[in-house]
Every structure is written in C-alpha cells, then in structure tokens.
Design a protein around this ligand. Structure first.
Ligand code: ARG
Ligand code: ZN
Length: 889
C-alpha cells in the first residue's frame, strides 16, 4: 500500500551515511606491532600505545595520510619517531586522528585517557561491578585508543596492565603471560604477549576479583593446554558443565577437522553485563554468564544445551575467525556462518542429530524468514550498512550456516573437509572474503560453484514450487521444479539460485523406493541430492513400481519455502513413515499449520473453533507411539510461535492469532487428555538430575504433556503442576511447571516463592522476568512497567532488558499489540531510554517494529505513530536510526 510522506529527522551533515562494500580500499598503513599499557584507576584509565607501522604498498596512493580511528577518547600526547607532535602536526575530529606527513616506516606513541567507569554501552572497555571487561568486536577498540580499527590490519600485540593489587588482583589479556611484579602504591603489573597476528577486534582485557576453575587438556599432537574459567567467586560451583564442554569441543575439532588449539592457555571469563552471547578474543574468550554458569537447580536443559553450543562456537572461532579472519565487516558471515555450522554439527554429534536439525530449522523459520521478509532484509553478505552492529543477525549467522551446510550437501562430507583443508592451507594468517572460501571449496573438489555465489548477494527466502506426476503405465514419476524469490529492499529481481534438493520417494508401505533418473544405469537407495539451478526444470524418475509420496527437502537441504500440494492423507502417510526425521516432523507441522490457519480465519470471522479429526488422530498416534524418540514426539506436538503464524498472514490480526492458537492447544488437550496423562506418567523420572540426551528427551515430553494438561481448567491437573513445581530437583522441571502456573491465578504464589528463593541468582531471576513477560495473563503493559521497578531489574543490564522487555515486544504478540497502541508507546519510550545507555541493545528492541506494514489498519496507524516519534527524536544513535529509518522507507 502507498504510504504518505513521513516525518524523519531532517537530513543534514549529522545524518548517518551508509558504508558500501563496493568502496572497499586497502588500508594506507599496516601495523606490525602494538605495545599497550593500561593504567587502571577508579575514575579513569590511561592507555599508552606504541605502534610500529609501515606504508601499505597495496594502497593506491603512495603518499596517503594515516587516519586512525578513535571515539570518545581524551588525547594526551602523540609522538612520532620519538618527537612530541604539537596539534598543528595532526588533525583531530570526533571519529579520527590524522597525520598527513608520514614517513613510510614509523613508530607512533599515543597516550589517551578513557572512562570505563561511566561506559554504559558495554562496547570498548567498561566496568561491571568493580571489575573491568572489554568488548571490541566490531569497532570497540577505537574507544580504547587511536588505531586502524579494521579487521584487515593484523598486528602482534603485547599488553601490560597496571592496577591496585587489592581491588584488581587478576589481570588478563590475550596470549601468554610473560611477566608480573609489584610497583609503588600497592599496585601490580602483569604483561601478556600474543604471538599470533590479530585484528584489533580480537583484543581483550579483564581485571578484577575473579575465581578460577582450572583444568588441562592434551592435544592429539601432545601439546599441553591449561584450561581456565574465571568467574565471580559465588559462581565457581556452576562451571563444571562449561569445562566439560570446552574439552569436548577441543576433541571434536581435532577429530572432525584436524584442528588443534595453538596457545598454552585457553581462558574463558564470564560477565553478567554483556551485549551478546560471547566473544572469541584470542586466548581470552569473554562470555555472557548465561552461556557459562549452570547447576542442575539453576539452569534448564535448554541452558545446558546453549552453553555447550556457545562454548563450542567460540572455541571453533580460533580457527574460523581468528587464524583466518575477515577482510572487512561485509564478510562477517565468512566466520559466523561457518562457525555456526560447525557448532551445529558438533551439537548434532553430542546429542540427537535429528532434534538439533529440527531446532535449527525452527529458529531459522521463526526469526530469519521474518527478517528476510521485512524492511531489514539483507543478503548474508550485505552490500551496505549504517551501523555494523545491526548486522549481527539471524541472516548472517543462521542463514549463513545454512549456506555453508549446502556446500556440504552438494560436495559430501569428505569433499567439504577437502575444501576446509585447502582454505586453511591458503589463508592461515590472512584476512579474506567469502569468495575466497567459496573458491577453496570449488578448487578442492573441482566443482563449479559460480552460480552458488548468488546465495551471498541475493536477499529473500526463495520459494521452491514442486509438482509431481505418476504415470502407472510407464512406471515413471516426473517432478517439475521451479524457483522464485520475492523482491527485497533494493533488489527487485532475483536470478535463480543453485539449490540442493534432497529427496526420497516413499512407497505405500512407508519404505523408500529406489531412485533412478532417466538415463542412469542404476538406482540409488534411500535419498539423493538433486542440483536445482534453473528457474524451471524437470526430473524424470524411471522404474517406479508404485505411486509414491515424494519426501522433499530432506533434512531441510536448503533455506527455502517448499510449495507442494500435499493431500492430507499424504501428509499423514509421511508423518507416520518417512525415514527422514525432519520430513516426518515437517509433515505434522504442515498439517498443524493448515488447521491453525483455519482456526485463525474462524476466529477472525466469528466461526466455530474446532479441530479436524484426521489431525487429532495423527497426533494421538504420535503421542502413543512408544518407539519414537520422546524428544521428537515433543517437537511434533510443539505449536509454531505466534510470531511465525503472524508471518503467514496477509494482514496480521494478533487477537485472532492468539485465539486460534489457544483453541488448538485447548482442543488437543481435551481430545488427548488421557494420552497426555499417560505420557506424563511414563516420562516421570525419580533419579538425580542428569544432563544427558535420553533424560533431556524424557523431560521434554513430560513437560510438554504438562503444558497441554494445564490448559484444562481442572483442579487435579493444576495440582500436578503445583506438585512438580514444589518437588522438582532441577530447574528444567521447576521452570516448566511455573510456566504452566503463570497463566492462572495459582501462579502468583509460585512466582512469589520463586523470587524469594532465587533473589541472588541473576540468571534465574531473568527466567522469572521472561515467564511473566510471555504469560497470557501477566504479559500486559501495566504489569511489565511494574516489573521494571522490581529490585532485580536494571535498564543497564542487557540480560534483564532482553528477558523482560525483549520477550514482551518480540514474543508476546497479543500482549505487545494491544489494540490501543499502549504496547508501542511503551516500546518507543523504553527503547529511547535504553538508547541513551546502550545503543546496541536499544536497536534490538527497535526491531519489534519490523512487522508494522503488515498489521491490520488500527494497529498499523498506532505503530507508525510510535515509529515516527522515535525517528524524530534528537540525538538518536546510529544503531536505532538505521532500524527506524529503514522501517519508514
Ligand atoms: N563474534 C561474536 C560471536 O561469536 C559475537 C560478536 C557480536 N558483536 C556485536 N557487535 N554484536 O558470535
Ligand atoms: Zn561467532
């Protein structure tokens, strides 16, 4: 629909300008060596930096100035080759320090003062409590000292930290500790040297009172590595799972890719104030406490999974990210897509591969498909950005991982390994591009990946339209496959992608039929991968003895939407028999989605909200099938998120979506009451908590059964949840029971006892906020505002903001989209308040407006008004500016 002119902040010199991939030029200087000294004090920090530089022959202008990046720095002095420069010899502005007359080789000594103690952005060097922590990716190092803060400038670092010994006894940085000693005023120093060249974004510093969990690991080649996890003293009893995850990750990367750790020490530090999950700084990974700390009574199975995956992710970055890094930030998916793929493969090997795959697809569809369909849509290698922090997205990470997975699907596991080996052989120690990775895969396998490049440059979710035709007389089955991709901002037309389509043909008995394409001598058993490259193409299968049901996109072989006109009996057949677990689950989801859509439509038009018999019968069979992995059963019974349902609508009516989805829950609970009770009882486990695949699977089925049963307003069933809440010996069961209770008045007492029990455990209190923000009874604006006054809440802490406010605006569709617009007013006010403290966190909240154009008219008008109010606000960060301006385009 056409939109009238919008009131944007006036375009002037301060309007943030986009950075373009096509403008990439090599740096004018390179830095060989940097020696840093940090003097940490309560009210300031002095940073002395000594840079050894030389002119870069690859730069087009041999007399170019040196322009160092720097922000919010107090410059004390600059020395060039030992000579103190007066201010006529350099130029200083809000973002840089430039020196025009530079020799080809130089030593620069720069002294700056910074203020970590007032840095609420958690970007650069900052305080959390009394301790110091750093976060430099992507461009935080320029808030520490003037530097060439870009990933294609790789230097050898040494870091000396000087601080009061009582206040900051532990002083950590990258690499190996080479010396320490005492100074005057009870101050001590520690010096670290990192032998590997690295970009500044991998620099890290930690100082404070921390406790250590120490262990050791011996690599395959016999290198001894000290493993260290540093946490606040009270958390030392929650580090065992993290430590075992480190060892598993190290072992897995050696076995799967032949990659060993390369320093004497691998350190992890956990901090409660952190903008993201974790950061792979060389030798000194810094983690959000959420991805380190776990004890049976404080962390859920999902938390344990997350810790194992994020530890693997950061550890794996040592090779995919650190040894080989990105030339520029447009190439972010080079390290992130690849490293997510690696951590997904690791998790698959540690637990159930099928469950991991379905979880990954659910995340992709719920979050990435939405991003791809909205105003922020971008290819995995974006072509421009205003603020790079806005591009740490599900597209760059999760779709990026799907793109890497497609190489493996096309080339096979061995072929993929050959490509990885060649990539490291060619590029170890370099800063490279996504094209370099693709070339390594192509060259190692002598395989044409030219067309595959479009996955990097075209945004949007492709649609794969498939039609099948069985010819009984000729015994052939013909598949017509065509692809298209919707327009996205700045990209009206798309060219065909190279899509791996993994498929099977399922016979009437449920077994896979042999697969033989016309012209082939022999048939293949089970599944095979077709290369789809044209806008339309046809595949002829021969010797097909019976009419099959096609099982398409097995294991979700490409990040696309499949359009195949399955009949309901065909879906029921695949749900019962498909040899591919993903496709089995998918058949159930397709049925569920069809019926949910029917319920949503009925809710909107005031019709009857009733479930279809064939669907209920299929779910009954799933639930009663004791031969199925309980985790798969739980996934099959899990409803798609409200937001995912919203994305399937032409026009979003949040109340109808909630009503339809609630009707589905209640309908299934009523129809399958005794099956749910039986499953709950069957899955009960009286032993001690164990984080182990079988036990996790059993708890997942038990707790989804409880969730359905608690929909029924029956006293005996509510007591089941109350009993589980009171008697649980682990957080998975306690939290699951509380999640049921909060939707009813019985929840108030449980919430109160939970809060008093866990008042001192920040991560557990995050759960308490999340549960209320997502509750259908409590998730309303007035309640959220009241919770913001709770002593455990803090607007300065990203975990708290995400748990309470993020959950409400992103996940509680009907609560956030109250018809009076109060949710949008609240989101606008809150994100403006957060923006003053922490732009990165504020920008994530601003993403809650991304669906506005698809809302029904009343809400659309309210949301637009809120967006315009934010856009017109003076002093907006670049982060938030980019999101709201792209929404209003
Ligand atoms: N590289 C980190 C990771 O492992 C994340 C850094 C996120 N940085 C940011 N500015 N958002 O995924
Ligand atoms: Zn990463």
């Amino acid at each position: 629909m056409p939109q009238p002119e919008t009131t944007m902040a006036k375009l002037d010199a301060t309007t943030p300008q986009p950075i373009q991939l096509k403008d990439y030029t090599p740096p004018s200087f390179l830095i060989d060596k940097v020696d840093l000294t940090f003097d940490l004090e309560e009210d300031h920090t002095r940073v002395t930096s000594r840079l050894v530089l030389h002119r870069n022959p690859a730069h087009p202008d041999a007399r170019a100035a040196l322009q160092l990046d720097g922000r919010e720095l107090e410059l004390e002095s600059v020395k060039l080759d030992g000579e103190l420069l007066d201010s006529s010899r350099y130029e200083l502005d809000a973002e840089s320090l430039s020196i025009a007359a530079m020799p080809d080789n130089a030593i620069l000594e720069i002294v700056t003062v910074i203020h970590p103690e007032t840095n609420t952005s958690l970007n650069g060097l900052y305080r959390s409590g009394a301790n110091f922590y750093s976060q430099c990716e992507a461009e935080g190092f320029r808030k520490i000292t003037y530097y060439l803060d870009r990933p294609d400038v790789m230097a050898r670092f040494s870091t000396t930290i000087v601080a009061d010994k009582q206040k900051w006894p532990v002083l950590l940085s990258n690499g190996n500790k080479v010396g320490e000693g005492m100074l005057d005023r009870n101050r001590h120093w520690v010096k670290w040297v990192d032998p590997f060249k690295k970009p500044a974004y991998l620099f890290a510093l930690v100082a404070g009172k921390l406790s250590l969990l120490a262990d050791r690991y011996t690599t395959t080649s016999g290198r001894e590595v000290a493993l260290e996890i540093w946490v606040e003293p009270a958390d030392l009893d929650k580090c065992a799972h993290a430590m075992s995850s480190v060892k598993k990750s190290m072992q897995w990367d050696e076995q799967r890719y032949g990659l060993e750790y390369d320093l004497d020490t691998y350190m992890i530090v956990a901090v409660g104030d952190f903008n993201m999950g974790a950061m792979e700084n060389k030798g000194l990974n810094i983690f959000n406490t959420k991805y380190v700390l776990a004890r049976a009574d404080t962390a859920t199975d999902v938390d344990f999974d997350g810790i194992e995956a994020v530890i693997a992710h950061e550890y794996f970055h040592n090779w995919t990210g650190n040894r080989v890094t990105c030339r520029d930030w447009f190439q972010l998916s080079l390290k992130e897509g690849l490293t997510v793929f690696r951590d997904q493969e690791f998790s698959a090997d540690m637990g159930s591969a099928e469950v991991c795959r379905i979880d990954a697809v659910r995340t992709l569809r719920t979050h990435q498909f939405a991003e791809d369909a909205g105003p922020m849509a971008h290819p995995i290698r974006p072509e421009s950005y205003i603020e790079i922090n806005n591009f740490y997205t599900v597209t760059v990470y999760e779709k990026g991982a799907e793109v890497v997975r497609m190489y493996q699907t096309l080339l096979g596991r061995d072929g993929f390994r050959k490509g990885m080996d060649l990539y490291f052989k060619r590029h170890d120690g370099q800063a490279v591009t996504c094209d370099d990775f693709r070339a390594a895969m192509a060259d190692a396998n002598d395989y044409d990946l030219g067309q595959f490049a479009r996955w990097y440059s075209q945004a949007g979710t492709p649609v794969l339209r498939v039609r099948g035709q069985y010819d009984a007389a000729a015994q052939t089955y013909t598949l017509e496959v065509s692809q298209s991709c919707p327009a996205t901002p700045g990209q009206a037309e798309k060219l065909p992608f190279h899509i791996p389509l993994t498929l099977g043909l399922v016979g009437p008995d449920g077994a896979d039929l042999p697969l033989q394409l016309a012209g082939e001598a022999e048939a293949v058993a089970g599944s095979r991968v077709l290369s789809v490259k044209e806008a339309s193409q046809t595949f002829h299968f021969i010797n097909v003895a019976v009419e099959p049901v096609p099982s398409l996109l097995r294991n979700f072989s490409a990040p696309v939407k499949l359009d195949f006109p399955y009949s309901r009996p065909q879906l029921v057949h695949l749900l019962a028999h498909d040899s591919d677990a993903f496709c089995r689950w998918e058949a159930g989801q397709t049925l569920m989605l069809q019926d949910l859509q029917g319920l949503i439509d009925a809710a909107r038009s005031g019709g009857e909200l009733e479930l279809k018999d064939d669907f209920v019968a299929a779910m009954r069979r799933v639930l009663a099938d004791e031969s199925l992995d309980p985790a798969l059963v739980a996934l099959m019974l899990t409803l798609p998120a409200e937001t995912y349902l919203a994305d399937q609508q032409d026009e979003i009516d949040p109340d109808a979506i909630r009503a339809g989805r609630e009707a589905m829950k209640l309908g299934l609970a009523r129809a399958l009451r005794s099956e749910f009770k039986a499953a709950y009882t069957r899955m009960l486990d009286s032993g001690a908590y164990q984080y182990e695949a079988t036990a996790v699977a059993r708890r997942s089925l038990k707790n989804i059964a409880l969730a359905y049963l608690s929909e029924l307003d029956e006293s005996g069933l509510m007591e089941l949840a109350e009993r589980q809440f009171a008697e649980a010996n682990n957080m998975t069961d306690a939290q699951a029971a509380l999640a049921c209770l909060v939707n009813w008045p019985e929840g108030d007492a449980a919430l109160a006892s939970f809060a008093s029990k866990w008042a001192d455990e920040a991560l557990v209190m995050d759960k308490w906020f999340t549960l209320q923000a997502s509750s259908r009874r409590l998730g309303v604006v007035a309640k959220i505002k009241a919770l913001m006054q709770h002593p455990a809440f803090a607007l300065t802490n990203p975990n708290k903001v995400r748990s309470l406010i993020g959950t409400f605006v992103h996940n509680n569709l009907a609560g956030f989209h109250a018809i009076d617009g109060s949710g949008y007013e609240f989101a606008a006010d809150t994100l403006l308040a957060v923006d003053k403290l922490n732009p990165q966190v504020a920008a994530r909240l601003a993403g809650s407006f991304n669906r506005w154009k698809k809302l029904e008219p009343v809400r659309r008008a309210h949301m637009r008004a809120a967006l315009e109010r934010v856009a017109a606000h003076a002093g907006l960060s670049r982060d938030v500016y980019e999101i709201v301006s792209k929404n209003l385009m």
